[in-house]
Ligand binder design. Structure first.
Ligand code: 6PG
Length: 476
C-alpha cells in the first residue's frame, strides 16, 4: 500500500464496539487508521481512547475517503442485510478503481457472492471477512477469515496479521479463498459454536438434574475440565458464568436468566446450507432446533404438567460418572468439529473455494469463539494429509475418539434412560455409529420409496435402476 505521511492507511466504517476496538487494535500496532460514523461522538470516543495519536474519527464520508492512501482499504462493520448495500452505494462514487471494500459483519455468503460480482465488475475489490472473538477479540486479537481477490488480500495482509490473535507466533488470519469463501467459513465456525454451546448446556443439565450438583460443584467441574484436554474459550467463559453473582445477592445471575435462547441466525444458515450440500451435521442441527424449542416456554410449561411425572435422576457413582462425562463431552465436541470440517470440504468442492482445512483449523486455534486445544489435533490431521476425506479417518483422531467412546456410550445411554434431555449428545453418537458402519438401513428406505412412489432403486453388484410392483395391481 503506497504510504503518504498525511494519509491514513486503513479505513473503518461503523465505530460501534467491534469497529472501534478493531481500529484501536490497529493503532496499537502502528497503523494510521481513519474511522467513520454518522454519529460524531463515536469518532470522538475513538480519538479519546487512542493512545498513539494515529487514529482519527470522521462523520463526513467524503472527508473520510479523501483521508485514505491509495489503494483505499475500507472495512465496513455494520449489521448484515440491506444496510451493507446502502453503505456500498454511498461509498462507490467516492472510490477509485482498485480500491478494496471489506465486509467484516456476519453477512450471508450468498449476499457476499452478489456483492463480489457487482463490485468486481466495476473495478473494485470486495472481501467478505469473518471476524471471530467478540469485543475482546477485536481489541486484543481476533481470528479473521478473509475471502476475495488474492492480490487485493496482499494489500491488507500486513495490517490483518499485525492485529490478529497469535498462537505459537502465528497470526490467526489467512487468505481463505475466492469470493464469499471467508463468510462461508465464518458461518460454519458459528455452526460449530452453536453445537458446542448446546453440548455445554446439556452437560449443565446432566450435572444439575442428573447428579443433583449445586452451582459451585458444577463450576468446579467446568473449571477442572478447562485445565486439561478440554481447554477452550467456551468452557473458560462458562466457569466464569458459574461464579458471577447477581448484583446485591448471593445467588448466580445465571439462575435469574430466562431459558429462552435467541439467535442472530448464523447457526440456522449453517444447517440450511448443509442440507443443500447434503453434508450431514446433526449435532449442529440439533443445537439450532433446541434454541427454537426453548422459545416455546408456555407450551413447555403446559407439557410439564402433562408429562413430567418422572423425577429424572442418575443412580451412579458420581466420581466415576464424571470421568465418563468428560469422555462423552470430548467425544461429542470432536464429532461436532468433524461435522463442520466435512461441510467445509463439501463446500470447497461445490463452490470451488479451494479451502485449506489445515490452515482454517490453524487460525481457529486462537482469537475465535470455538478456539480449543483440540484444534491443534485438527490442524495436525489436515496438515499431514490435505486430502483427508473426513476428520474421523485421521489415525490420531481415531485413537482419541475410540478412547473416549466407552464413556460416551455409558453416559449418553444412562442419561437418556433417566429421562434427562441430551439431544446433541445423542445426535453425536448416532452420527458416529452410522458413520462407522459399512451398511446403513437405507435399503429399506429405497424399497419404501419405490413401493409408494415408483422412485426406483439400485441393486448391489448390478448396474442400472429398478422398479418393482410390490403388490399386484388391483383390477378395478
Ligand atoms: C463470533 C460470534 C459472533 C456472533 C455471536 C452471536 O465468532 O465472535 O460468533 O460473530 O455474532 O455468536 O451469534 P448468535 O446470536 O447467532 O448466537
Amino acid at each position: 500500500m503506497s504510504e503518504t505521511t498525511d494519509k491514513y492507511s486503513f479505513g473503518m466504517i461503523g465505530l460501534g464496539t467491534m469497529g472501534r476496538n478493531l481500529l484501536l487494535n490497529m493503532g496499537d500496532h502502528g497503523v494510521k487508521g481513519a474511522g467513520f460514523d454518522k454519529d460524531a461522538s463515536k469518532g470522538a470516543l475513538l480519538e479519546q481512547e487512542s493512545k498513539h495519536g494515529n487514529l482519527k474519527g470522521f462523520s463526513d464520508v467524503k472527508a473520510f475517503t479523501e483521508s485514505l492512501s491509495s489503494p483505499k482499504a475500507i472495512m465496513m462493520l455494520v449489521p448484515a442485510g440491506k444496510i451493507v448495500d446502502d453503505v456500498i452505494a454511498e461509498l462507490l462514487p467516492l472510490l477509485d478503481k482498485g480500491d478494496i471494500l471489506i465486509d467484516g459483519g456476519n453477512s450471508h455468503f450468498t449476499d457476499t457472492n452478489r456483492r463480489v460480482e457487482e463490485l468486481e465488475a466495476k473495478g473494485f475489490h470486495f472481501f467478505g471477512m469473518g471476524i471471530s472473538g467478540g469485543e475482546e477479540g477485536a481489541r486484543r486479537g481476533p481470528s479473521m477469515m478473509p475471502g476475495g481477490d488474492k492480490d487485493a488480500y496482499n494489500v491488507m495482509k500486513p495490517i490483518l496479521e499485525s492485529i490478529a490473535a497469535k498462537v505459537d507466533g502465528a497470526p490467526c488470519v489467512t487468505y481463505i479463498g475466492p469470493g464469499a469463501s471467508g463468510h462461508f467459513v465464518k458461518m460454519v465456525h458459528n455452526g460449530i459454536e452453536y453445537g458446542i454451546m448446546q453440548l455445554i448446556a446439556e452437560t449443565y443439565e446432566i450435572l444439575k438434574t442428573g447428579l443433583k450438583l449445586d452451582n459451585e460443584a458444577i463450576r468446579k467441574v467446568f473449571l477442572k475440565w478447562n485445565e486439561g484436554r478440554l481447554k477452550s474459550f467456551l468452557l473458560e467463559i462458562t466457569k466464569d458464568i458459574f461464579a458471577y453473582k447477581a448484583p446485591g445477592t448471593d445467588h448466580l445471575l445465571l439462575d435469574d436468566i430466562k431459558d429462552e435462547a435467541k439467535a442472530k441466525g448464523t447457526g440456522k444458515w449453517t444447517s440450511q446450507v448443509a442440507m443443500d450440500l447434503q453434508a450431514p451435521i446433526p449435532t449442529i442441527d440439533t443445537a439450532v432446533s433446541m434454541r427454537d424449542l426453548s422459545k416455546y416456554k408456555e407450551t413447555r410449561l403446559e407439557a410439564a404438567k402433562v408429562y413430567s411425572k418422572e423425577a429424572p435422576s442418575l443412580d451412579v457413582n458420581a466420581d466415576e460418572f464424571l470421568e465418563s462425562l468428560e469422555q462423552a463431552y470430548y467425544f461429542s465436541t470432536v464429532i461436532t468439529y468433524a461435522q463442520g470440517m466435512f461441510m467445509l470440504s463439501n463446500a470447497s468442492k461445490e463452490y470451488n473455494y479451494d479451502l485449506h482445512l489445515g490452515e482454517i483449523a490453524k487460525i481457529w486455534r486462537g482469537g475465535c469463539i470455538i478456539r480449543s486445544e483440540f484444534l491443534n489435533d485438527i490442524y495436525n490431521a489436515y496438515n499431514s494429509n490435505a486430502k483427508l476425506s473426513h476428520l474421523l479417518l485421521d489415525a490420531g483422531v481415531e485413537k482419541l475418539v475410540s478412547a473416549a467412546l466407552p464413556g460416551a456410550r455409558k453416559v449418553i445411554s444412562s442419561v437418556i434412560a433417566a429421562g434427562i434431555a441430551a439431544p446433541s449428545y445423542a445426535a453425536s453418537i448416532s452420527y458416529f455409529d452410522n458413520f462407522r458402519t459399512g451398511r446403513m438401513p437405507s435399503n429399506l428406505t429405497q424399497a419404501q420409496r419405490d413401493y409408494f412412489g415408483a422412485h426406483t432403486y439400485e441393486l448391489v453388484g448390478k448396474e442400472g435402476t429398478f422398479h418393482t410392483q410390490w403388490v399386484p395391481k388391483s383390477n378395478d
